[in-house]
Design a protein around this ligand. Sequence first.
Ligand code: GLU
Length: 489
Amino acid sequence: MTASIRTRFAPSPTGALHLGNARTAILNWLFARHHGGAFVLRLEDTDTERGVPGGERIIYEALDWLGLQPDEGPREGGPFGPYRQLARETMHRTRAAELLASGRAFRCYCRPDELEARRKAAIAAGEPTGRDARCRDLAAERARRYEAEGRTAAIRLRVASGPVAFEDRLKGTLSIDGDDLGDMVLVRGDGRPTYNFAVAVDDLEMEISHVIRGVGHLSNTPKQVLLYRAFGVTPPEFVHIPTVLAPGGGKLSKRDGAAGVLDYRDRGFHPDAVLNYLSLLSWSAADGEEFLTREALVARTDLDRVGAADSEVDEEKMTWLSGQHLRAEPAERLARRWAERLDVEGLGLTDADLRRAAEVFAKRTKLFGDASSEVEPIFRTPELDGAASREALSAPAAATAITRARASWEEMAWRPEPLARALRGAMRESGVPGRSFFPPIRVALTGQLHGPDLGEVAYALGRERTLARLAATQFPTPQDTTDEQEEDL
Ligand code: GLU
């Protein structure tokens, strides 16, 4: 397809970007990228009461974290600006005037309280309420009188009776009767455009080709479709996607700690995992593949595979995916992320230390913060005076094991597999069984009895630190051990 594919994400700046909205942004971004089109950010900030201070910044922070760079938007600018809806009001009013001029819209002088009173009366009389348009064909004389009374006019669309049919890519053809829509208001008496009018005009002006949004907006669609027709243009393609539910079902709410996409950032999830997870939340790759990089997601995006069912957030799966993405991260980059979370100074960690650790220990982590439990203990100066360490180091073979480990590693190229191989060779040559040979070495290096492969531990620690720790190992005298045992008794 061509560069004429233009999608948009149109959030209201009302606070945290929850996972459902993030998924909408993701699908729009993926679809645009897949087709080499443009992804537009339009801020729907007309409801000033619901807007929160910093709302726009929060949205950008979430999009930036997920790596969804808009091609056009309030920050980026672009040929179809402004990209904040409130700043487009003049444009909306101009478009409404166009519909007045073409006779597709009319001025309505009824005050809201009058309309409401008549609506109630119709309900009481058991009559339809959809159609109350006594100003539809107002004589010019009458209109002048209203204006002389000081009434202001709303602008309403002439909506014919009969079906308003429209297409949704996932739901097929849908239809509603024009009488149920009524002659909808486009611009209120005070000059403010209504929500649906602003959205349709903006999508039209911004030449949006695909409107991909939550299924909650389905009921707005026939109103927007009517507006496109009134302007004599073909509507965009509509794709209404199912809802993202909170873990365990129910609506995602801002009170829910896991609702905002940035909560996942703060909890240490890899952004690509959240992107991957939300992308596949309602569509699956044809081959059932679950771990997909950004590039693979862009390549495989297929709106026709989006299912109809709402889906619950499954944090376990998202965590697993985060582990997969951490593993795929270049060591250099992961090292930088770990550096933000570890006591680099206290542990004396250099960039090279962190990079080596990232190379071998990424696979042991799922969240960025896991470095605290998986990496930090290895680098901490081992404490050798605990009972278990003393036992390992006072075993008869301890000194042999440590001497042989040093000798086998001293001249080695410092890579994890050769280090592990050399150590196994040293063990075999020593005649000491593995269960007696390895524990003292592990204790000398880390102060622990269990942990990752020793070749990886040595590699991460680096040549100097490893050999120094082996050289500095003190072996408790049998006397010390006896004391300890006596204390224990
Ligand atoms: N501003 C609307 C929202 O935040 C989106 C409107 C649309 O996508 O058409 O839900």
